[in-house]
Design a protein around this ligand. Sequence first.
Ligand SMILES: Cc1ncc(COP(=O)(O)O)c(C=O)c1O
Length: 390
Amino acid sequence: MNDFNYLKESDVYLDSACQSLRPEPVIEALNAYYREFNSCGERVKYPWGETTDRKVNATRDKVLKYLGLKKKDYFVSFTLNTTYGLNLLLSQFDAQKAGVKKIITSDIEHNSPFLSTIAFSRRTALPREVIERNDDGSLPLDADFSRALVVVNAASNIDGRRLENIKDLEKTVHQNGGFLIIDAAQAMAHSKDILEKVPADAICFSAHKMYAPSLGGMVVRRDLLGYLDTSFVGGGMVSDVDRDTYDLLSVEPEHAYTKFESGLQAWGEIVALGAAIDWLEGLKKSDHKNLEDNYTELYNFLKTREKVHVINQAPNPTISIYVDKAETGFDSHFLGSALADQGIMTRTGYFCVHYYLDHVKHYPPLLRFSLGYHNRPSDIERVKSALANL
Ligand SMILES: Cc1ncc(COP(=O)(O)O)c(C=O)c1O
C-alpha cells in the first residue's frame, strides 16, 4: 500500500490499537487545513472559515453515513478522545430523570468505560454490575437489564474480540427501559460492520485509532439530550448570555452537537477525519486481504511457539501474548524492549485493562501486536525471525 511510503523498511509498527499510522491523504488533508484555510469554525464569515464550516459539517455527515445512522435521529460531536466522550456523557447523565436504576459494564473493558462507570456509580449512588463477557465477546443476556444504563465496548483492545450479540443487546436494553452506550474505540477501523445501523443511545470513538488525527468523536441519539444535565460549558455553546444565565444553542436541532463542544475545536483534525473515512471506505479488497493474511500468519506462527502463550481465541488484527519468566528467564516487558531494539514496535503491560488482565486472570504483563493496513508481509517475517527461538 503506497499511502504509508514514508515508513522506513526497518520500522515495524505494531501498535495500531493505540494509534493507527496516518495514511498520506489524511496527512495531506490536515496540512491543507493549516496551509490553505486555517480558521475557526462556526464563528467567522471570511472564505477560509466558510471552507472550514463546510468541511467540518461534511465530516459530521460522513461519520453518520459510515455507521449507517440518520441525521434526524443522531448528531455527531467532537471531543478529545473516547475517554473524554464517555466521561462527558456519564458525568452529565441525569439517572433520576431517565429512570435508570443501575449501571452495567463488562469485565473486559478498557479503563475508559471501567473507571467512568465507577465514577457514575459513586456520583449517583446507584449499583454497578460487572458482567463477564463470553469467550466470543458477546454479553450474556440473562442478566437483569431492567432500567439499566449499559456501557460496553464493541471490540476489545486485548484481542479484538467483538460484541457479537450487539443487536440483541440493544433490543434487550431498550425493551427493559434502559440505555446503551458503546465504546467503539477499537471497532471503528477494523470492526465497523458490527456497529452499522445499531441504534445505540451513544457511540464514543477515537479518530486516532481509525487512521485519522488525534481526536474524539461522539455519535449521540437526539432524544438522549433530554437526560443530560449540561455541566461543562463555554464558548460556542450558547445563543445568548445574561449576567447570571445562558441559553444553550443545543436546544436547536441543527446545533445539537454544540452540547459537547465547548470552546474552540480541533478543526483541522476534524477535517482530516473526513479524509480518513473517505480513505477507509475507498480501501480495496486486496488491502483487507493483506491485513487478514498478515494477522492470520502472525497468529498461526505464535500458536506454534512453545513458550508463547497466546490470549486470542482466534486470529485478529490485535493479538496479545505473554511469556512466562519461569520458562524463558524474561518477561513480556523485556521481550518488548528486545523487539524494539530490532525496530519492532509493540505494546507491553496491561493496556489499561488492569481489572480483567491482572485481577481476574492474574496474567503476567502481556505483549500486544496490533496490526494495521500499513503492515507488509515482511513485517511479519521480521517478528517471526525475532521470536524463532521461543
Ligand atoms: C477499547 C478501548 N476503549 C477506550 C479506549 C480509550 O481511548 P482513548 O485513550 O483514545 O480515550 C481505548 C484505548 O486504547 C480502547 O482500546
